[in-house]
Each structure stands twice: as structure tokens, then as C-alpha cells.
Write a protein that binds this ligand. Structure first.
Ligand SMILES: NC(=O)c1ccc[n+]([C@@H]2O[C@H](COP(=O)([O-])OP(=O)(O)OC[C@H]3O[C@@H](n4cnc5c(N)ncnc54)[C@H](O)[C@@H]3O)[C@@H](O)[C@H]2O)c1
Length: 250
């Protein structure tokens, strides 16, 4: 029996990158997983099924309330419950970086629409199902770019700071229904060749500042996500776990 046997988990942005690692990891410990992404999910589904996991895919734009409601309805219709939401989708790899006063208004708005509004809307869509069963786990994703205040990322950094606030507020409001809301904060995890090319030397610099001096990989996030999704963390809410190899602030 896996730790998350009979649990149902939605991973937004689970079609690639770190989201795919969460989806794989949750399925490995027995969860039925719904990957919810605006992009392609075919390979992710095939990959998890091949490993014996239970997985479905649903197209979603997390910035659209109709779409997030459909995501929750799809999951409930297919599996009859929703226990876990990982709010992982973000406008990140495809982001236009630049000095704060040169960021286009549309790019700023898109960042907030996907990263902040999207996390709020997805939480809003799943919580009625969680409230019905007086149990649930919501995991929001922040970033080490917040304490670092990384230049060129003012829009992204601001959204990821907002995620910490959203977690705190939802944790207070949803405690009455036994729904835990926590944040995971990854450090830089290079997995997108285009984005990495825009930030030469960054990984080496960050690695040098870590207790564990190696490049962070998507799988490094999975253990903490499983912990926050499982009953072992049932009295933990409103917290922020830094999964950063022991790197502190620059
Ligand atoms: N990679 C890193 O270095 C790093 C570091 C810290 C935090 N994070 C955070 O971790 C999470 C995953 O990062 P990643 O590197 O895998 O990101 P990524 O950009 O590689 O993937 C993001 C996923 O979200 C999906 N997505 C984008 N917009 C969407 C929308 N409107 N609706 C639904 N899905 C949408 C994309 O299709 C993609 O599958 C993000 O929240 C990111 O901000 C990443």
C-alpha cells in the first residue's frame, strides 16, 4: 500500500518539468493523479501509465474560472473525490524577462493571471469537494527568487511572494474544514534549455551557495510534496518548506 493509496490528486502544470515530477511521484505512492495543463500532456500520461500509475489528463487554463471549475468537475466525475491540489502551473519558462520598468503591462498581467489568480481559482474549484469530506491538502508553489529578489523578474518574483500570502490566508480560512494549505519553495531547477540559455552561469553560482553543492533536479521536490499530501503532515498548515539544498539568501 502506497502512502497515498485511494487519494486523488490534481497537479496543475503537470505536463512537463517539475509538475510532471510531482505527478509521477504521487502516482508512484498510490494516488490517482489528474494532470491539468494548458500544454501537451500525452507523454506525461503515457509515462505514468507505463510505470503502473493511475492518471488522467484534463486541459485547463488556470486563469479562467470556467476552466478551473471544469477541471474539478472532471476529477470528481472520474474519481469521486479530490484530496490534493498542487498549484504548480505558472507563467515561468516562457516568461519575458527584463528590467522592472521595461516589463510590458500585458506580461505583468499574464504573470499575475496565471500564477496568482490561477492558484486562487484552482483552490476555489476544489475546496467544495474537500469541505464535503472535511479533509484536503493544497500545496502552493513559491520560489527562491522571492528572498533573492532576482533582477529581471520583478513580475514573477511579485507573484511568488503573493503565493506565500495566499497560503497564509487560505490556511486560516480552511482550517475549520481540516484542509491544509502549505507552500513549497524550490530553488532554481534547470530543465528548460531555452530559459537556461537566458541565464548563463546562474546554476553554478547557486550551487556554490548550497550546503548540498549540486544542481537541483525536479525529483528533489517530490518527497516534500508527498509529505504535504499525506496524513503524516495532518497538523501542518500555513507553512513554507524551502527545498533548496540549504542555500540561504544570495
Ligand atoms: N524551474 C525552476 O527553477 C523553478 C524554481 C522555483 C519555482 N518554480 C515553480 O515551480 C513550478 C513549476 O516550474 P517549471 O520549471 O516546471 O515550469 P515550466 O514553465 O517548465 O512549466 C509550467 C507548466 O505550467 C503550464 N501552464 C502555463 N500556463 C498555464 C495555464 N494558464 N493553465 C494551465 N497550465 C499552465 C505549462 O504548460 C507547463 O506545463 C512553477 O510554479 C514555477 O514557478 C520553478
Amino acid at each position: 500500500m502506497g502512502e497515498l493509496q485511494d487519494r486523488v490528486a490534481i497537479v496543475t502544470g503537470g505536463g512537463r518539468g517539475i509538475g510532471l515530477a510531482y505527478a509521477r511521484g504521487l502516482a508512484r505512492v498510490g494516488a490517482s493523479v489528474v494532470i491539468a495543463d494548458i500544454g501537451d500532456m500525452g507523454d506525461a500520461v503515457a509515462d505514468i501509465r507505463e510505470a503502473g500509475g493511475i492518471v488522467e489528463a484534463v486541459k485547463v487554463d488556470v486563469s479562467d474560472p470556467v476552466s478551473t471549475e471544469k477541471m474539478a468537475a472532471f476529477t470528481f466525475d472520474r474519481f469521486g473525490r479530490i484530496d490534493v491540489l498542487i498549484n504548480n502551473a505558472a507563467h515561468f519558462s516562457a516568461i519575458d524577462m527584463g528590467p522592472f520598468d521595461e516589463i510590458e503591462v500585458e506580461e505583468w498581467d499574464k504573470c499575475f493571471a496565471v500564477n496568482v489568480k490561477g492558484s486562487w481559482l484552482a483552490a476555489k474549484a476544489v475546496t467544495p469537494h474537500m469541505k464535503d469530506r472535511s479533509y484536503g491538502k493544497i500545496i502552493n508553489i513559491s520560489s527562491m527568487t522571492v528572498p533573492d529578489g532576482v533582477p529581471g523578474f520583478a513580475h514573477y518574483v511579485s507573484t511568488k511572494a503573493a503565493i506565500v500570502g495566499l497560503t497564509r490566508a487560505l490556511a486560516r480560512e480552511l482550517g475549520a474544514w481540516n484542509i491544509a494549505v502549505n507552500t513549497l519553495t524550490p530553488d532554481y531547477i534547470p530543465h528548460d534549455a531555452e530559459l537556461d540559455a537566458k541565464n548563463p552561469g546562474i546554476d553554478e553560482m547557486l550551487v556554490a551557495g548550497r550546503s548540498f553543492q549540486r544542481t537541483q533536479v525536479p525529483e528533489d521536490m517530490v518527497g516534500a510534496a508527498i509529505f504535504l499530501a499525506s496524513s503524516g503532515s495532518d497538523f501542518i498548515t500555513g507553512q513554507n518548506i524551502y527545498v533548496n539544498g540549504g542555500r540561504w539568501f544570495g
